[in-house]
Design a protein around this ligand. Structure first.
Ligand code: SAH
Length: 342
């Protein structure tokens, strides 16, 4: 069976044509799926009964069950979804003054092995399909009766390691007849898979690219992020400069501050040097604690000192508000869960 949510509008038109239908049927189905958020073909009342029966034979409408929903005292909600194959993933809903932002997962588990992140340490199972990425948005909208306005690919997984499905999901999320979330309201965060950054620069997508930088020397960064051994800082920064030049878009650099690790003024100096002349923004994150984690959060004083140094030296830096840490929903705290283990 094929999951109908895996298809972008153009591909769905091709599917309908191959069933002997007119392409506009795909637009009707898209509206049922992404505007009305229905879970069955029988609800698609402007399609003939015959077509609905035909669709039922070949396609499913993947609809996640909610296994658990936790609410933080700051209002952040963490969902544990049953992805229907014995696995479960986490998705986090945050409310900001400008609307609702959803942090989606792109893989079940992660291969990257970042030492400070809880999504590591558990084995990689598989990529999520486009439909499963999109369904995270739909499932939360159904549950909360809200319209999500921002998507960040900062949940479990490395989005650029599941490139095709993530890009296809973005097309569905972004399409005016789909979820209609503007590309400028979609962020992809990567640990730094250099060849995919070059590829992304060619996509003509208007989404924001975030780079998980976290350190300013190869020695430091490799200790935190094994991906740095494959794609060291010089190569990463070259790819970032190329991306900015090609897309004319600002990159957001994530830098999680940990005590006695990457928080000194020398680190800040090196960061200024590294980012010199780039259109960018630095997001400082007080590193979140994870089980067995080797890193401890920097003090507020050190974080502010770091920020001030950057801002005084021409690099725009802000401190990310910590949301959801009391329910392990903050950056780096999400985990894959296997339903059979629990
Ligand atoms: N794999 C992607 C996206 C998932 S992580 C990436 O690496 O970018 C989303 C963000 O949370 C990344 O910037 C990541 O480095 C950061 N992060 C992971 N663990 C963290 C922790 N313990 N504290 C703070 N930020 C963390």
């Amino acid at each position: 069976m094929k999951n109908i949510k895996d298809y972008n509008l153009d591909k769905l038109k091709e599917e309908l044509v191959s069933l002997g239908e007119k392409p506009y049927r795909a637009e009707q189905i898209f509206k049922w799926l992404y505007v009305d958020n229905v879970s069955s073909f029988d609800e698609m009342t402007n399609l003939s009964v015959e077509l609905r029966e035909k669709l039922k034979q070949d396609y499913t409408i993947c609809t996640f069950g909610i296994i658990q929903k936790q609410e933080s005292k700051d209002g952040t909600k963490k969902y544990l979804f049953d992805v229907l194959d014995g696995n479960a993933i986490e998705t986090v809903l945050m409310e900001y003054h400008h609307g609702f932002s959803l942090c989606v997962s792109s893989q079940i588990g992660c291969k990257m092995g970042c030492k400070f992140c809880a999504s590591t340490g558990i084995k990689f199972i598989r990529n999520l399909t486009s439909g499963e990425i999109v369904e995270q948005v739909l499932a939360v909208q159904r549950d909360q009766h809200i319209k999500i306005s921002n998507i960040v690919f900062m949940g479990i997984g490395e989005p650029l390691d599941n490139y095709d499905n993530v890009i296809n999901a973005i097309h569905i999320i972004n399409h005016p007849k789909g979820l209609n979330i503007g590309a400028r309201h979609i962020s992809i965060s990567t640990s730094g898979i250099v060849p995919k950054i070059y590829q992304l620069a060619e996509e003509e997508l208007q989404c924001t690219l975030s780079i998980s930088l976290h350190a300013t020397t190869n020695e430091q960064r490799s200790k935190m992020m094994p991906v740095n051994n494959a794609y060291p800082l010089e190569e990463l920064m070259r790819a970032c400069r190329d991306y900015i030049q090609k897309t004319n878009k600002r990159i957001s650099f994530e830098y999680a501050l940990a005590k006695d690790n990457n928080e000194t003024l020398e680190d800040a100096q090196r960061l200024v040097k590294l980012l010199k002349g780039m259109i960018c923004h630095v997001n400082l994150i007080p590193i979140n604690k994870i089980e067995n984690g080797a890193f401890v959060k920097s003090s507020n004083e050190n974080i502010m000192r770091f920020r001030d140094y950057l801002n005084d030296h021409g690099v725009v830096a802000t401190i990310r508000r910590e949301l959801g840490s009391d329910i392990d929903a903050a950056c780096g705290q999400l985990r894959r869960k296997n339903l059979k283990e629990e």
